[in-house]
Design a protein around this ligand. Sequence first.
Ligand code: ASN
Ligand code: ZN
Length: 354
Amino acid sequence: NMVQSVVGTGHSQYNGDVPIQTTLVGTTYQMLDSTRGSGGQFGGMAITNANHASTSNPTPGVIYTNSTNVWGDGQNYINGGSTTNANGQTAAVNALWGLQNTYDTMNNVLGWKSLDGNNTATYIAVHVGTAYDNAFYTDTCKCMYIGDGSSFYSLGSIDVIGHEMGHGVTAATSNLTYRGESGGLNESASDINGEAVEAYARNGGTGAVVNAGNDWMMGKEISKTGTPLRWMYKPSKDGSSLDAWTTSLKRLDPHYSSGPNNRMFYFLAMGSNATTTSDYYSKYLTQSPKNMTGIGIDKAYRIWFKANTTKLTSGSTYADARAAVIAAAQELYGVGSREAKAATRAYAAINVGA
Ligand code: ASN
Ligand code: ZN
């Protein structure tokens, strides 16, 4: 059989028609991308159908195949109340496009290959569980599982995929322990990755992370109510996350103790005076730190990534994160640089250092 890597079209659920890299084997197309990553369970980046396997220790199932290189119908198969198309391809389109953009963000912007930096191939299995309202990363397979949702729409939005795969980067590098202050930093590292991938994808995948309309919210698209999972610019909007560091932060669930570091990243990238047509931001622009100028998400992402992958360790605290981020900014942009000063101010704004 002739095997070729080809570009097809996916009718995605959240992003319109998207290009996806697939493989033609004889006359059958497969959701296997051998241009992004090697080895792994499937010999390349793959999307499989978990076909409602139990969420505890699930098996990935088989790679999606099709007779043409046009995939999905752009509809939400699961959440219309119908289960007849419960194994539909649209969730797989979301997953492959999201995973390809996750790979490209790290590779094209940072030169970091796949999750471990060694180009080990990853995969995503969709349709895990029944009406399952979560998505999760598993390090043993360097893979991610996506549920179809019940309270949520199918959980494969681009920021959620970037978030989950971000857990793989952290696991391969700093390995921040998932409790206490390090747990919050671990979750924040994933939220930052999710938002950077979203920004990269919305910019058309041109090799930079440009703030081109990423929303600074996690999981907005999968929400049925319009309420996202988390707000990076004002984490306390969720009713549980902190906006600034306190001594009790370490006792919170990592999804809430992530808040201050998420907010630090927002301030570092966007400053405190960002103007936008979106009313999501406008209410929060006048509070501390006033008149802080951001350095843009591209530089902020490079700084955070360098800190997480080369300076943080499993037991790192918020104070350690401050030191690591400032050091990374100094190494990338110079001691006394605008970027290093912005990093210092962004941590001061969340009550870490001065
Ligand atoms: N989706 C969640 C996360 O990645 C799963 C979890 O609660 N660990 O944070
Ligand atoms: Zn997470």
